[in-house]
Design a binder for this molecule. Structure first.
Ligand code: GTP
Ligand code: SPV
Ligand code: MN
Length: 589
């Protein structure tokens, strides 16, 4: 035992008594310990060695076929009342859920080792970082946690004898989808996750702690826990300015977080601070600062290539874990979109032999992922480790919209920006189980991750804007607009830099915009398109705001606002009325 923390010791004893493991292993986070975990998994076949000459320190894991994504319908927020959790969450009373889960956890670690995984979300020296302890019976989870968080002794030392830590209890159970529950108890800062070994369901520091529990804690303590990337943009004069961006799962955060500016942007450089989660608070200078609570990337593999995201590929070349990708006959990981020519022969994510002419499906699961140390990113910002974080100029919301949403627009002010974020909608992706490609509202990209009632969450956002006259400006982007044939009309990826430049210029009052009912769009020719093969008509379409489409959108917005009854702040209804007026003014003029 490596701690004198009585609260921690007695909780671990309690959990051991409930789950009856054969062994208890306290994780220190050392390299030897990690290597031993890998050896253990190589031994029992849950991990496979990849080609060590080409992929040093890289390993492969195939998860259970029925356990490949987050499960939103099995994710619960267990607050005292249903209203606190809100219509945006599944709810169960804490004591009812705990009784049910106690039954499932009872004796579930028999024959297994219980790993006690202390972790710190955020730089260890940051006053804004938070410690959690995950107890798990999965060595795969323990290994991934070492990449994704500051894990082990350093976290225990930070905790000291404090009782202030998130208690996360996890068991893979039997991986039975009918006995799977991902439950959060925001009041007692606890997470109980049973029956899944995958990603956000199982790596409890990530979505469960750093978003669902943290969002509730942030509401109580006047800060923000958001599903956002953090990106620094350095201009040729060497000045770096930072933005955060909230896009739903599998909608481009990791890609934007490490983008490579187009050749035309000489002297510009992008710095990655974070690719998925931002914790933000005001500093004494009145500015909003963000830290990345994570230490690794759990990134979507498909579509990641030298062309689309070279920096991600560089990040994952060594010391990484691949889950549910394909593996070539050379022992290399592979996924759709990675290379122009697919490998002649591979084993697919289900373990079946795969050849390119085999047309019964993809080789890699659409939600297959890599776990890579963030420090390996060639453009990892030195500020990743800064205890104070980075000051934010702009907050960007976005989604995957084939129609309606233009490439970029600027909110008129903070309050309008909160409305824009709250009304964001996006086509669903493979990051969660369920239908793909259906437009649904995903406020601030937090639909699956907000640990309390969205009505209260919007109120919290509104309040945060009033705390300072230096609050960031708010924007909305859409990289995914399509033509009638379903082809993307914006090149995206590195070229998104052009939109970011416009955003930064707006923040510095250096470029023009045209007012539309939904917000300010770029004035003609204010987005630098030099070197992009795009015609004038397409640009018009990209930036176009069609009042008819938005009037249709209004109906959906009203319905959404109504769902929250009295909890929906009045300011949001005011914004709705104003938008309605602006839209009717243009359609009657
Ligand atoms: P999570 O990790 O689930 O939160 O996802 P994410 O938001 O980090 O998404 P990611 O950057 O991994 O991108 C998901 C998919 O969108 C990948 O297949 C990318 O190739 C694709 N993508 C990202 N950016 C763009 C873009 O600008 N244009 C287009 N067309 N596709 C993009
Ligand atoms: C997401 O779905 O937004 C992810 C992956 O980042 S997971 O960790 O599974 O939540
Ligand atoms: Mn995410």
């Amino acid at each position: 035992m490596t701690t004198t923390n009585q609260a921690l010791k007695s909780w671990v004893d309690e959990v051991a008594a409930l789950t009856t493991p054969d062994n208890i292993q306290w994780c220190t986070g050392s390299q030897e310990e990690y290597d031993a975990l890998i050896q253990l998994m190589l031994g029992d076949g849950t991990m496979q060695e990849l080609n060590q000459d080409k992929w040093p320190g890289c390993y492969y894991h195939r998860s259970d076929k029925g356990d490949v994504a987050r499960v939103e319908h099995l994710t619960f927020i267990c607050t005292k009342t249903k209203e606190e959790a809100g219509p945006n969450n599944n709810w169960e009373a804490p004591e009812v859920m705990k009784e049910k889960l106690t039954g499932l956890f009872s004796g579930c670690m028999k024959g297994r080792t219980m790993y006690v995984v202390p972790y710190c979300m955020g730089p260890v020296k940051s006053p804004y970082s938070k410690v959690g302890i995950e107890i798990t019976d999965s060595p795969y989870v323990a290994a991934n946690m070492r990449i994704m968080t500051r894990m082990g002794t350093q976290a225990l030392e930070k905790l000291g004898d404090s009782t202030d830590f998130v208690r996360g209890l996890h068991s893979i159970g039997e991986l039975d989808p009918d006995r799977r529950f991902i439950c959060h108890f925001p009041d007692s800062r606890e997470i109980w996750s049973f029956g899944s070994g995958y990603g956000g369901n199982a790596l409890l520091g990530k979505k469960c702690h750093a978003l669902r529990i943290a969002s509730a804690q942030a509401r109580d303590e006047d800060w923000m826990a958001e599903h956002m990337l953090i990106l620094g943009l350095e201009n040729p004069q060497g000045e770096v300015r930072y933005v955060t961006a909230a896009f739903p799962s599998a909608c481009g955060k990791t890609n934007l977080a490490m983008l490579i500016p187009p050749a035309h942007y000489k002297g510009w450089k992008a710095w990655c601070v974070g690719d998925d989660i931002a914790w933000m608070r005001y500093a004494e200078d009145g500015r909003l600062y963000a830290i990345n609570p994570e230490a690794g990337f759990f990134g979507v593999a498909p579509g990641t290539s030298e062309k689309t995201n070279k920096n991600a590929l560089e990040s994952l070349k060594k010391n990484s874990i691949f889950t549910n990708t394909a593996v070539t006959s050379e022992g290399e990981p592979w996924w759709e979109g990675m290379t122009k020519t697919p490998p002649a022969k591979a084993t697919d994510w289900k373990g079946n032999e795969w050849t390119p002419d085999k047309n019964d499906g993809v080789a890699a699961h659409p939600n297959s992922r890599f776990t890579a140390p963030a420090g390996q990113c060639p453009v990892a910002s030195p500020k990743m480790e800064d205890p104070q974080g980075v000051p934010i100029d702009a907050i960007i919301f976005g989604g995957r919209r084939a129609k309606t949403a233009p490439l970029v627009f600027e909110a008129f002010n903070w309050e309008h920006g909160v409305y824009v974020g709250a009304m964001a909608a996006s086509e669903t992706t493979a990051a969660a189980t369920g239908a793909v490609g259906v437009v649904r509202r995903d406020p601030m990209a937090m639909k699956p991750f907000c640990g309390y009632n969205f009505g209260d969450y919007f109120a919290h956002w509104l309040k945060m804007g009033k705390k300072s006259d230096k609050a960031p400006k708010i924007f909305h982007v859409n990289w995914f607009r399509q033509d009638d044939d379903g082809k993307f009309i914006w090149p995206g990826f590195g070229d998104n830099m052009r939109v970011l430049e416009w955003i930064l210029k707006r923040c510095a009052d250096e470029t023009d915009a045209v007012e539309t009912p939904i917000g300010n769009v770029p004035a003609p020719h204010t987005i630098d398109l030099e070197g992009v093969d795009i015609d004038e008509q397409t640009v018009e379409r990209l930036l176009g705001v069609e009042p008819e489409a938005w009037t249709e959108e209004l109906a959906g917005q009203k319905e959404f606002l109504e769902t929250y009854g009295d909890k929906m702040p009045k300011e949001m209804w005011d914004q709705y009325e104003k938008l309605k007026e602006r839209l009717s003014a243009v359609s009657t003029s």
